[in-house]
Design a protein around this ligand. Structure first.
Ligand code: URA
Length: 483
């Protein structure tokens, strides 16, 4: 006990990584608390240190800190705060909770609790702004399409904010640049790197009009309150947001538009877009795949432009069904799935892995081609989560009729359609249980063949080999399930 006291009395400096060093702080707090070092004997410094423990080289303790949930959930919400005192305040809170004030977080009037709660709220607001106001611009590099965004958060929130964008834009390759660092998502892995600059982001990617239209259609004139709007969307962010060009005109026309909106109100449909697939089926009860397909064929594409619906292909009762994303340009023109470049690559790989394409069922999560026109070229555009959910009801019914033993999700959109979740392929690649579909069939997740086409040449060979390995496992699994 005396030893602990004398150790506690000596001043300690904890060096943490600049920015938000959650792991470093947790480790330090655990060790300091285990050694009985009181908060007044500790200085946390996050200015320059690459190493975790500064002059505190003690081996410490790996014993977990047992803290109330209100404290453990507060810590990650405060660590990104700009305030240099954040770590010291958090450690003071932990100390008090461990020393007789177990329910301290319930005392909202306590100055420490009050201050930390306000800091956590500030982080929540900053995260919300980053999630809502960050805008990607499209760039082309030798590996294909990539999206880049510049954002200046108020706090050190890049690492806390990035997983949201992984979930939201899992199928895109993107980079978020901030003055403190960058987050890079390559479709599989999230990595962090050095600071960026606004100059790395192209000024216009031709999609400004799209953002503007989007904003105009989501803008609700009846709710408009310019002061609140400026507080919610500070002007600092406007420069990165193409749609803000529309704001002055929208504000000027708000009163007129409100009146028009009220007038229109009774005629607005009660249900919104994603219910359309279900609505189209509401008074129909297809008894076979042919009947289901006839209905899909007659249904308008969600995004206008497609030549026709592209339906699944292959025998009913096929052991293995492959689900892709959506038809491409060739598929749209020919009305058949997987006949374009990605389909040809898939066919070659299937043959190499010993899978009979004719005996397999091939379909897509989304049944219509979605594209943007670039000159005369129709450039594939990834379906949104809303569009995927619109088509999902059909996919479920289709799989009911085909009744495969094994369903293979090719890429992130198929995973989203089959599981309802944006799961990174790297995390889930391999055999998988599609719980949402009542475990009716086994699942397997792998990359989409178009991903292989987009890779730089030096990476293609290895990725193709890994794809073949997946297909061979699928072949084995299929044979076992069919036996
Ligand atoms: N990509 C898909 O996901 N499906 C097709 O049919 C073609 C390309």
């Amino acid at each position: 006990m005396a030893g602990a006291t004398s150790r506690a009395a000596s001043a300690r400096t904890i060096l943490l990584r600049p920015g938000a060093d959650l792991t470093g702080f947790r480790d330090a707090a655990r060790r300091l608390a285990a050694e009985g070092v009181p908060p007044e004997a500790v200085t946390f410094s996050a200015e320059s240190a690459p190493s975790l423990f500064g002059d505190d080289a003690s081996p410490g303790s790996d014993a977990p800190l047992v803290l109330p949930r209100a404290v453990t959930s507060l810590i990650p919400s405060v660590v990104p705060h700009l305030d240099p005192e954040r770590y010291g305040l958090l450690y003071a809170l932990i100390w008090r909770v461990l020393h007789g004030e177990r329910h301290l977080m319930e005392v909202a009037s306590d100055p420490l609790v009050h201050r930390l709660t306000r800091m956590a709220k500030a982080i929540g607001r900053d995260l919300h702004k980053m999630h809502a106001f960050l805008r990607f611009r499209r760039v082309e590099d030798p590996a294909g399409e990539r999206y880049v965004a510049w954002f200046e958060p108020d706090h050190h929130i890049l690492e806390a904010a990035a997983p949201f964008f992984v979930r939201r834009f899992a199928g895109m390759r993107w980079t978020i640049l901030t003055p403190e660092g960058r987050a890079v998502w390559d479709g599989d892995t999230l990595a962090y790197g050095p600071p960026g600059s606004r100059a790395e982001v192209p000024e216009g990617d031709g999609f400004e009009a799209g953002w503007q239209t989007y904003y105009e259609t989501t803008f609700n004139p009846a709710r408009v309150n310019p002061k609140a709007m400026r507080a919610e969307m500070p002007k600092k962010y406007w420069r990165n947001m193409p749609e803000t060009a529309a704001i002055p005109a929208l504000l000027r026309g708000a009163a007129d538009r409100t009146a028009q909106m009220i007038e229109r109100e009774p005629t607005l449909p009660a249900r919104r877009e994603p219910a359309r697939a279900v609505a189209a089926m509401a008074d129909q009860d297809p008894k076979s795949l042919d009947e289901l397909n006839a209905i899909i064929r007659k249904t308008e594409p969600l995004v206008p432009g497609a030549t026709q619906a592209v339906l699944g292909e292959g025998p009913i009762g096929a052991t293995v069904a492959f689900v892709g994303e959506q038809p491409g340009d060739q598929e749209d023109l020919k009305g058949r799935p997987f006949v374009g470049p990605a389909g040809q690559l898939l066919a070659r790989a299937m043959a190499e892995a010993g899978i009979d394409r004719e005996a397999s069922y091939l379909t897509n999560a989304v049944k219509h081609f979605k594209f943007t026109l670039r000159g005369k070229r129709r450039i594939h555009e990834k379906p949104t989560a809303g569009e995927v959910s619109h088509y999902r009801w059909w996919l479920d019914r289709e799989l009911d009729f085909v009744a495969p033993k094994l369903v293979v999700a090719l890429g992130a959109t198929a995973v989203l359609a089959l599981t309802g979740k944006a799961i990174p392929i790297t995390r889930a690649r391999g055999p998988f249980r599609f719980d949402r579909l009542d475990n009716r069939f086994q699942g397997y997740i792998t990359v989409h063949p178009s991903y292989l086409l987009r890779l730089p040449d030096e990476a293609k060979e290895e990725a193709y080999a890994a794809f073949i390995t997946d297909l061979k496992r699928i072949a084995t699994l299929g044979a076992e399930l069919a036996a």
